[in-house]
Design a protein around this ligand. Sequence first.
Ligand SMILES: Cc1cc2nc3c(=O)[nH]c(=O)nc-3n(C[C@H](O)[C@H](O)[C@H](O)COP(=O)(O)OP(=O)(O)OC[C@H]3O[C@@H](n4cnc5c(N)ncnc54)[C@H](O)[C@@H]3O)c2cc1C
Length: 266
Amino acid sequence: MVEFLDKVLGPMDQEVSTAFQKLLVKQGIEFRLGAKVTGVEKTESGAKVTFEPVKGGEAETLDADVVLVATGRKPYTEGLGLEEAGVKLDERGRVEIDGHFKTNVDGIYAIGDVVKGAMLAHKAEDEGVALAEILAGQAGHVNYDAIPSVVYTEPEVASVGKTEEELKKAGVDYKVGKFPFMANGRARAMLKTDGFVKILVDAKTDRVLGAHILGAGAGDLIAEAALLMEFGGASEDLARTSHAHPTLSEAVREAAFAAFAKPIHI
Ligand SMILES: Cc1cc2nc3c(=O)[nH]c(=O)nc-3n(C[C@H](O)[C@H](O)[C@H](O)COP(=O)(O)OP(=O)(O)OC[C@H]3O[C@@H](n4cnc5c(N)ncnc54)[C@H](O)[C@@H]3O)c2cc1C
């Protein structure tokens, strides 16, 4: 994997990103971080990829069977007649909207990948629902602070809300609750003990500000944290909610316990 940044998983929590990379290295994946691809050439057996350090230095090549380009998605706004209709785009080519999905032209609204925000299916879906409600005279709303992101790898990685780095940068006083899948009964029975659940809470109010999960079923487990955040819940709310045993969801509860008091099983 050749990656421009000096970490994997882009904006995700650094601790999760470091742990995830270690797991992938164990699976045999080689990483070249801080490296930029400068060219791909087709060969008889596949492709030759040329890359060089972002900071400058010697170019290198590697032979690949196939090349998966997983970067560079941009809003596809050409050919929609936006210019003719006078619809304003921002500096990144996205359709400019106000807080209610309305463009600068009366009667034209935009949602999803063509507007600002995460380019995710569920974000587009939520905006579609909110806009339909607004047009029907109701109060449509999307809470952009509680939109989960999932990386569908083995194991999965999932995240919602703020990372530790974002909280530090914003000067927020926070606490961390963490629980490893190694100490979760279901994960042990499934032989899927890699990873952990990490919950970040406001140090004073205990309100959950972010949740990050690396491990089996992370993409499903994150829904609980997203729901909690949607309701402005605290880690104590989650910890005091009964969770069936033996399930992976108990690891989420234990991380919440770790945030507001201490976990039961470690
Ligand atoms: C390879 C890949 C994998 C992805 N995986 C995930 C994932 O696992 N989870 C996730 O959340 N998101 C994923 N996404 C992102 C997700 O697909 C998008 O965020 C989502 O589809 C955005 O919805 P949308 O309605 O804004 O746009 P789209 O789903 O792109 O819908 C726009 C539609 O407009 C049509 N169209 C374009 N021009 C015209 C025209 N002139 N006239 C009429 N129709 C037109 C297009 O054909 C398209 O059907 C993935 C994207 C890609 C490319």
